[in-house]
Design a protein. Structure first.
Length: 256
């Protein structure tokens, strides 16, 4: 008799499996950005405290005691956005300098489109920017690496249900496990159904890079001051709120 899918999955936890990570860069970015305090609708607000993310540390925590043979980070460079472009370029240089990480880039396409005015009085022509290639690149690498036996288990960091079909193919046709780690606030019932393992990424796994990262050529890359300042302000505010809960009398006008 053949080994069941559950038996194959359990074996990964007791043997050194070859794992390749496939990271959906934009899905991860918005997932770690939207982890601030919850608003009146009980949804998290934007935050900067996790943006200086250590991708290698994250992956190692998610699959501890396994052999990570490669981390593939799929993204697209933003253009003509001033400091945002500089921050992204510096961040990508860190991972381009890391032998364990491959940065795979898509591209932005721009086109002029007509959109209706909100008052219904006519139309206006606007510039539409679309990110192209990231999803296709990730799915292609996932399938090709599986077919050529580059991994025993694939690990995807994304909550995009468009990956459901390639995940099913890898799991059912190639007989390989596929772990999906969700960085988003919401859950994907589709991915949860098709993945071998579907888990949420929690804040305590989002380790940050050192304030200063030194590349192999000796060049130093600093955490953007905007991110550091906002992160420090958020931490200070959070600490103040915790102190108020612990010492409520400190906010009282009552005097001894």
């Amino acid at each position: 008799m053949g080994v069941s899918s559950k038996g194959r999955l359990l074996s990964f936890f007791y043997t050194m499996a070859r794992i390749i990570f496939y990271i959906d860069g934009f899905n991860l970015y918005y997932g770690i950005r939207n982890r601030g305090r919850k608003n009146s609708d009980d949804k998290p607000t934007p935050t900067s405290k996790f943006k200086w993310l250590d991708l290698v540390a994250l992956c190692k925590q998610l699959v501890s005691h396994q052999d990570i043979v490669k981390i593939k980070y799929f993204t697209t460079r933003i253009e003509e956005c001033g400091k945002k472009t500089t921050r992204q370029s510096d961040y990508l240089r860190i991972w381009e300098d890391n032998e364990l990480v491959d940065v795979v880039e898509g591209k932005f396409l721009r086109s002029n489109v007509r959109r209706p005015l909100s008052n219904g009085s006519g139309f206006v022509e606007v510039m539409k920017t679309e990110e192209k290639g990231t999803d296709v690149n990730l799915a292609s690498h996932l399938l090709i690496d599986g077919i050529t036996d580059k991994y025993d288990c694939a690990a995807i960091i994304s909550n995009d249900s468009d990956f459901a079909y390639p995940i099913e193919f890898v799991k059912n046709s190639l007989k390989k496990a596929v772990f999906v780690f969700n960085p988003q606030w919401n859950q994907s019932a589709t991915l949860e159904k098709v993945a071998s393992v579907y888990k949420k990424i929690y804040d305590n796994t989002l380790k940050q890079l050192p304030q200063t990262v030194i590349l192999s050529d000796g060049k130093k890359i600093e955490c953007p001051q905007e991110w550091k300042r906002r992160r420090d302000n958020e931490l200070t505010q959070s600490l103040g709120e915790q102190l108020k809960q612990i010492f409520p009398s400190a906010n009282s006008n009552t005097h001894l």
